[in-house]
Design a protein. Sequence first.
Length: 273
Amino acid sequence: MGRHAPWAVLLLLAACTTGRSAEVAREPASPGAMSEGEFQALHEPGASPPRKGVELELSGARAYLGLPPGASAPLPGVIVVHEAGGLDGPLLNWVDRLAAEGYAALAVDLFAGKVPATPEESTEAMRMLDLERAGKLLHAAHEFLMKDPRVRAPRTGVIGWSVGSTWALRMAVAEPELDAVVVYYGWPVLEPEELARLRAPLLGVYGTMDVSVPPSTVDQFEQALDAANVTHRVVRYEAGHAFAQPADPRYHAWAAAAAWQEVDAFLEKHLKR
């Protein structure tokens, strides 16, 4: 296994660099897609957006499934990995956003029902996390997307933010059947021999002012991806950690919108072809 950043670090626009993959073509948005402004409005104080997905139980854990309005199987599937806040409202907003873009999006609760409200509670929830069980839950989510009659995904991807992106990357290393992986400013795997097991193309999204995952670490990540011969693209924005999360005070609307355009085109290319 690769090195893990300390949990404290894990808690914690636009020059970009490009990996071996070619520039991703821009694709038209899905009819029900949200603008960045609409997505931001879901997170305003007092906002209580109606949930468009359904809650279900998966391998004994709470899960939330978003499906594209009016669509039927087969559908491209995306596993949505929560960060330190657990399966909370902002994470469900991401699931609904992906569903509006035409994906069957599934988030599973890795914190066994806990929704941390403070950094201290987040630290405790991560400290108590059963890593083996978390891995099995993410594998079960992948199996669900491929086999559930509402989805029957012919192609699947995974996306995560911060510590959730660390889990998403490690899941992608362990799941050769995945077709795309998106990591937002999470502590990366830095060992080429481990990354060599990754079969899915990767999009990495980072901030040049991130002190939790500094540019020097992102440089090492890119070098390791090159050494492992992984198809990848890494984009960087003049923003800090958590810049894509409207509920976070570090949210940077311009960088978030630009990053989402990259993510949207990347998923379109690899999951909807």
